[in-house]
Design a protein around this ligand. Structure first.
Ligand code: C2E
Ligand code: CA
Ligand code: CA
Length: 735
């Protein structure tokens, strides 16, 4: 900066014919060049990744200065005689400047595609065509006092600048301070060289004028670039994906237009040949570029398509659905809502396990063709993964969506043919709509998921999401999170409900029922806990806790009352091959016999993996633990199942026992179920016995054991201990 400032003081009009001032024109003028060159050279050490660029730039500056001096020596002031040494130096300067620019740009471009080279060619040819056509053209055709050598340097500047501008604009180069400074320097050289060219062509150039300051300013910028670089250039973010935008064709288009303008303007004969050929070259390069763009875009279209297609079924995948749903949800209004059906096949795992994955895959592939005829234009069926599918219904309200879900449900209930076997799988469908209750895609999916889960657990087939006004829609997610805390923070407990023998009222068991002492919501019953636990995959630790609490309780009374505790198992527990070992250890730790524990399971906990479930239960029974079939009479109770499932007890669901006193058909079912249970060697427990009349009738029908409010409500362990000690209601003694 000092050198430039010092030089600037001497700039001014110079008397015509004044001689060179060696100190000023030669030494002072070049101090800045050499200083900037040194700065660049030193920068190379600081920025190893771009060392080549900085060395090249240093070479440019030093060679440039050398060229200037050589020209003064070779030609004196006249500037007309040839100057081979000077021209060589300047050529070296330009070549190294080109190298410097190239390296700097390359470091800032994330990826170099072939089309990018073509962009560079189009940019260079277009700019030089315009430059030679319009700017230099008049001088070239006038033919007068301009030499090709004089034209070379402004031409080279134009080339460099167009390289920088064209390539940066198209590639999305990260234009940081360094590159901006170098670009600015080249631009200044370019303007200065062009001005020099024009002035000398008109014979008006005089040494030492203000024009010299342009070069000096360029030098200053180069030095600033060297100072500002961090040596760690960052390619621009987000460039990995290819942007298919107008920018891709903007340069070929602009190049073609510019070249055509040159050709049109020079259609007569005043266009220099070189400009004409440059323009033609530019058009050809632009055409090639367009062809390459076409190929690239087509390639990306294929990649895009593949990224949005499910490989197995050929249906749109989750990504495609989300993209489409985003658009649909954004356009949905309360007047014209959109809906999402979330489908999850029932019993698919069974197909996979029993017939193999090939059969499972075949089945999944049939879902699309099965449902496609039921879809209207604009509706999307996608496979989200596994046995989960989704149907996006734009412009459908909740009622219509539920109706459509019913249709889908019925279609999928028709048997599938796989490997010549007819397979029945069901489906559980959750329905939700936007913008109410879900105002974005994630929310829509989540609501549909909650609904699907409800459809699955309640076996209703289709469930429509209705937000619970008391709990807020995020309840289950929040519960899942809080449950993890509850498990480690000792918030889970059991309440115990006695079971008494019908004949003499003696207590024959207690059932442990999960309770959650929630810090804010108070005492929560299993209905609030189990769905979340199941979905969060927390059933095993949860059952561990329940087993611990239950066995702790039994251990307190076992010596006095031989009353076993019943613990409920879920599907995740029955599939846990470690369960028998864990149970044995827990019993042994308390010195309890296996007879102190009964495990209850509902039939369909075995559905997921019947083989493994049976082996786990078999092992538990070998230990001596009793097993009980819970909620018998609900769901798809099948007699064949009873035959194969080893158990000690059948618990008749409340839905069958509640009306026996008034409904003869209900009574008939109970009577025959009792007979069946006894024939199979099972004892029969009637659940949900709420009053004495019902209890009497159940006893008369042959039930062995009663459990229900008529006996006692579930109660905390201490209460049960007191209850066992004799303070019981005695209600059942009268039966
Ligand atoms: P469940 O095994 O059928 O348990 C009996 C349920 O009926 C209990 O509800 C009990 O409070 C209720 N009940 C008892 N007597 C009567 C009556 O006379 N009338 C009526 N209306 N209801 C009565 P709770 O405690 O809400 O448990 C609900 C279900 O949650 C249980 O049904 C069981 O399937 C499940 N569950 C409870 N604890 C656990 C556990 O620790 N693990 C697992 N996996 N499931 C559990
Ligand atoms: Ca139970
Ligand atoms: Ca039950």
């Amino acid at each position: 900066m000092l050198a430039v400032a010092a030089f600037a003081t001497g700039v001014g009009p110079r008397p015509a014919g004044a001689a060179w001032d060696v100190l000023y024109d030669v030494v002072l003028y070049h101090v800045a060049w050499l200083a900037a060159g040194t700065a660049c050279w030193l920068t190379a050490r600081r920025a190893p990744r771009e060392a080549l660029a900085w060395r090249a730039l240093a070479t440019t500056l030093v060679a440039g200065a050398a060229g200037n001096v050589a020209r003064i020596i070779e030609t004196g002031q006249a500037g007309t005689t040839p100057a081979p040494v000077a021209d060589t130096c300047v050529a070296v300067a330009y070549a190294s400047l080109y190298v410097a620019l190239f390296v700097l740009i390359r470091a800032r471009v994330p990826r170099f595609l072939p089309s990018m080279w073509l962009d560079g060619v189009v940019g260079v040819l277009g700019t030089t065509a315009v430059g030679t056509g319009f700017l230099l053209g008049p001088y070239l055709t006038a033919g007068g006092h301009v030499s090709v050598a004089q034209l070379a340097w402004p031409g080279a500047d134009v080339l460099l600048l167009s390289l920088l501008v064209g390539v940066s604009a198209i590639l999305g180069v990260h234009l940081d301070r360094t590159l901006l400074c170098v670009g600015g320097a080249v631009a200044l050289f370019c303007v200065a060289d062009a001005t020099l060219f024009v002035l000398s062509a008109e014979g008006r150039y005089a040494d030492g004028g203000p024009l010299e300051l342009l070069w000096q300013a360029g030098i200053l910028l180069a030095a600033l670039a060297a100072r500002s670089t961090t040596g760690d250039p960052q390619p621009r973010d987000g460039q990995e994906g290819v942007r298919i935008t107008w920018r891709l064709v903007a340069l070929p288009l602009a190049g073609t237009l510019a070249a055509l303008a040159v050709l049109a303007a020079g259609y007569g004969d005043d266009l220099p040949d070189s400009a004409g050929w440059l323009a033609v070259g530019c058009v050809l390069a632009a055409l090639t570029r367009t062809a390459v763009t076409f190929r690239e875009v087509r390639f990306f279209a294929v990649v895009r398509q593949e990224a949005r297609t499910d490989e197995l079924t050929g249906l749109p995948n989750r990504r495609a659905l989300l993209e489409r749903a985003r658009v649909v949800v954004a356009g949905a209004t309360t007047g014209s809502p959109a809906a999402l059906l979330l489908l999850d096949l029932d019993g698919f795992k069974e197909v996979n396990d029993s017939l193999g994955h090939g059969a499972g895959d075949q089945l999944l592939c049939q879902v699309g063709p099965r449902l496609e005829p039921a879809l209207r234009p604009g509706e999307v069926l996608a496979r989200l993964g596994g046995d989960e599918f989704a149907v996006l219904l734009p412009d459908v309200d909740l009622d219509a969506a539920a109706e459509r879900a019913g249709i889908v449900h019925d279609l999928l209930r028709q048997p599938f043919e796989v490997d010549g076997i007819r397979l029945h799988v069901g489906v559980s469908i959750g329905v939700s709509t936007a913008p109410v209750p879900a105002d974005d895609v994630q929310e829509l999916l989540r609501c549909a998921d909650v609904a699907m889960y409800a459809a699955k657990t309640e076996r209703t087939g289709v469930h429509v999401y209705v937000p619970d006004p008391n709990s807020g829609s995020g309840e289950r997610l929040r519960t899942m999170e809080e449950l993890r805390t509850a498990l480690v923070a000792d918030q889970l407990d059991v309440h115990l409900q006695p079971q008494v023998a019908m004949d003499d009222g003696r207590v024959v068991g207690v059932e442990a029922l999960l309770r959650w002492h929630h810090p804010e919501r108070g005492l929560l019953s299993p209905g609030h806990v189990l769905p979340a636990a199941e979905q969060a995959g927390l059933m095993r630790p949860l059952t561990d806790t329940v087993l611990e609490r239950s066995l702790d309780a039994v251990a307190q009374w076992w010596d006095e009352h031989r009353v076993p505790v019943s613990v409920n198992l879920s599907a995740a527990n029955v599939a846990d091959i470690d369960l028998p070992g864990k149970v044995a250890a827990k019993l042994a730790r308390r010195g309890l016999p296996a007879a102190a524990l009964t495990l209850e399971l509902v039939e369909d906990t075995l559905m997921a993996d019947p083989e493994r479930g049976r082996s786990v239960l078999g092992e538990l029974r070998r230990l001596g633990v009793r097993t009980s079939i819970d909620d018998y009479g609900t769901g798809y109770s099948s007699l064949a199942y009873l035959r194969r499932l080893p158990a000690d007890e059948l618990k008749l669901d409340r839905s069958l026992t509640a009306d026996v006193d008034t409904d003869e058909r209900a009574a008939a079912i109970v009577r025959h179920t009792v007979a069946l249970a006894h024939d199979l060697g099972l004892s029969l427990v009637a659940e949900g016995v709420e009053d004495v009349a019902t209890a009497r009738r159940l006893a008369a029908l042959g039930c062995d054991v009663a459990q229900g409010y008529a006996v006692a409500r579930p109660m905390p362990v201490e209460d049960l201990l007191r209850w066992l000690a004799g303070e019981r209601s005695g209600l059942l003694r009268s039966v």
